[in-house]
Design a protein around this ligand. Structure first.
Ligand code: SF4
Length: 679
């Protein structure tokens, strides 16, 4: 029986999978022992992938206004409508909203079409909601969006600090690796999280930080290291620059952390030069997310805990291919291959693509994009492989905006989502197990995702759909791709085009890979295990930057006196379009729960198991109550997954406002001001 080596479609750990077909739409799934990310291990979501590959609920044929049409009709219609909109209103009147679920080849073609041929940078991705603040922080500190760590650093660290990450639930195979390091080498674990999660319960030290208190805590730790003469002066001299006034500006600030806990944390940090600080959505999904990430990076730079085995600040991504999207320019704020918008970089990208009309400046980021749909600036939007009518902040506004938009095109593998309900045109895309390409995980490892299931109905690869429509709009030669391998070759060539060592992302040695070698491609890591081990950074002077950071302002108000946090459940993923198909995954948590401290439950007169309404400035939703002292008083928690179709309550997207980080544009899904009322 044929076994196909592929990768998991869920989180950014990027586990390798072996899939063996056991029926027409049935497969046995096991971990790939030869994949560097997981060495054969899988979590519950990956293990039960075989239960999610049926055709139930699939979008299998193109549709215009609810009527089935041929691909030729659909392609012609979308191309004509986009061309007419651009002709009448200009390129800034159209947009693509894409997804970390796309493969790198899909992302590459979408980005090339929008930025290089339509001529606007109005392409953004749901990764904006996930890790855009880490990207901004990397660029500020290192000059390029480079994650400076590898999973092997977790094996070699003596101290691991988890910030804003329920790793045991959200990145379970990384968690297993951390647990193995603790068992074999006695690695210490500090968890910084407002909630006492399963991860926090297992820590040597849990710091139940005030939401958005991270900048203050890490700034104070850096000030302490300076005051105790524990900085790495040699490294600072050689490899790091600080703006004038940086050190004088490090005055102590209130971080709300218990004095004994802070002392214990400082002692652990000072004692362990081999420290990895792994951070995730609790850092990124914040109105001060970029400063939080830079506060962590500052500490590592100033103490020389970077570029060495077992040391570094490590942003771990939520989605399976958020990193691949970052590489090929899937964010509105970047060009392709880690290039920005300087004249030199624009000229380089334009010549490489032989582009007629390269965009001139960054485009609309996710929240701005849907605001532009709402106020009529965007008149045609193409949404690929994501469900913004649920997942965007102020999701009700997004639904209203899409309902009034003259043209909404959605390409997806799922027929009925909150977003496809608002589409004029639906384009059926291949799903996991059918599509073919590459993904990049959190440690910069590029792996093949391979198809092993028959192609159902009229479904097509995303890259094919985009290329066909681009060709119909007149750009035939530039989008003449026979297969995914040809796109990968072009992307690889672009990473090396006039690079000359100025960017670390360079996989141009793969630019001549044959179709056969691409089929057989083994996982490989760009930038090496430790890209900054030589102490040089991709900045103009080769030095990393210390960045002044500022504690976040209080967000709660007298009207909304509680702090609302959001997050994942262990066995569900995003809006559950896949995990909801697995009976076993649905057993872990059957419904969305509002978790709150006994004091807050008493104040609101709600008991365990009762229903309560959560109210925020953006909207209202109803949840069943779970009273727990794992929550701090004054702070409540709800999960992110449930949508209109799955539940009459628990629609967390309705509660999230549009407040966002000023640099990254990432919405502050954490620490939303809220209140509760008994039903
Ligand atoms: Fe998939 Fe992430 Fe689980 Fe690995 S840890 S099996 S990538 S969900």
């Amino acid at each position: 029986m044929t076994i196909t080596r592929t990768t998991c479609p869920y989180c950014g750990v990027g586990c390798g999978i072996k899939a063996r077909l056991t029926g027409e739409r049935e497969a046995a799934i096991t971990g790939d022992p030869d994949h560097p990310a997981n060495a054969g291990k899988l979590c519950s979501k990956g293990t039960h992938l075989g239960e999610t590959i049926g055709l139930e609920g699939r979008l299998l044929h193109p549709e215009i206004d609810g009527q089935r049409v041929s691909w030729d009709q659909a392609i012609g219609h979308v191309a004509d409508r986009f061309a007419a909109t651009i002709a009448e209103h200009g390129p800034e009147s159209v947009a693509f909203y894409v997804s970390g679920q796309l493969l790198t080849e899909d992302y590459y073609v979408a980005n090339k079409m929008m930025k290089g041929f339509i001529g606007t940078a109005n392409i953004d991705t749901n990764s904006r909601l996930c890790m855009a603040s880490a990207v901004s922080a990397h660029v500020r500190a290192f000059g390029e969006d480079v994650v400076p760590c590898s999973y092997s650093d977790l094996d070699e660290a003596n101290l691991i600090i988890l910030v804003g990450s329920n790793t045991a639930w959200c990145h379970p195979v990384v968690w297993q690796r951390i647990e193995a390091a603790r068992a074999t080498r006695g690695t210490k674990l500090v968890v910084i999280d407002p909630r006492r999660t399963e991860t926090a319960e297992r820590a040597d030290l849990h710091i139940p930080i005030t939401p958005d208190g991270d900048v203050a805590l890490f700034r104070n730790l850096l000030a302490h290291m300076r005051d105790q003469d524990l900085l790495d002066h040699g490294f600072l001299q050689e490899s790091v620059s600080a703006p004038s006034g940086f050190w004088d500006g490090l005055s102590p600030c209130a971080d709300g952390v218990d004095e004994d806990l802070r002392r214990a944390f400082i002692a652990l940090f000072a004692a362990h030069p081999r420290t990895v600080t792994l951070f995730s959505q609790g850092v990124n999904q914040s109105t001060s997310g970029t400063d939080k990430a830079n506060a962590i990076i500052n500490l590592h730079l100033a103490t020389g805990r970077i570029g060495k085995p077992g040391a570094g600040p490590f942003s771990i991504t939520g989605q399976p291919n958020a990193m691949g999207g970052r590489e090929v320019g899937g964010l509105a704020s970047m060009l392709a291959a880690h290039m920005g918008f300087t004249d030199t970089e624009r000229d380089r990208v334009q010549r490489f693509w032989k582009s007629p009309t390269l965009c001139t400046e960054p485009g609309l980021k996710a929240v701005e994009m849907f605001d532009a749909v709402a106020d009529g600036r965007i008149k045609a939007i193409w949404i690929m492989a994501t469900n913004p009518a649920v997942s965007m902040p102020d999701a009700g506004d997004v639904r209203a905006a899409l309902a009034a938009c003259p043209l909404v095109v959605v390409s997806d593998c799922i027929a009925d989502t909150d977003t496809t309900r608002l589409a004029h045109v639906k384009l059926p895309a291949l799903a996991w197990g059918e599509k073919d390409g590459t993904v990049t995980n959190s440690e910069r490892t590029i792996s093949r995702q391979r198809g092993f299931l028959p192609v159902p109905g009229d479904a097509k690869p995303d890259w094919w759909i985009i290329a066909q429509i681009a060709a119909r709009m007149g750009w035939v030669d530039a989008f003449d791709y026979p297969n995914a391998a040809s796109i990968f070759r072009e992307y690889a060539a672009q990473t090396g085009f006039e690079n000359e060592g100025s960017r670390i992302l360079d996989i141009s040695d793969r630019a001549t890979i044959t179709d056969g070698a691409y089929d057989q491609l083994e996982p490989f890591q760009w930038g090496g295990a430790s890209p900054f081990s030589y102490g040089r950074y991709p900045t103009s002077d080769g030095k990393a930057r210390l960045v002044p950071v500022h504690p976040a302002a209080e967000r709660k108000t007298s009207d909304f006196p509680l702090r609302l946090n959001t997050g994942r459940y262990r066995d569900h993923w995003h809006t559950m379009t896949r995990t909801g198909l697995s009976p076993r995954l649905s057993q872990h948590r059957r419904e969305p729960l509002l978790e709150l401290h006994p004091e807050d439950a008493a104040d609101a007169s709600v008991g365990d198991g009762a229903l309560a309404r959560v109210e925020a400035a953006a909207g209202v939703s109803v949840y069943r109550v779970r009273v727990t002292d794992a929550q701090r008083p004054g702070e409540i928690f709800v999960p992110m997954h449930w949508t209109d179709q799955q539940s009459s309550g628990g629609r967390t997207g309705r509660l999230m406002g549009k407040d966002r980080d000023p640099l990254s544009g990432q919405p502050g899904f954490k620490n939303t001001p809220a209140r509760i009322a008994a039903l």
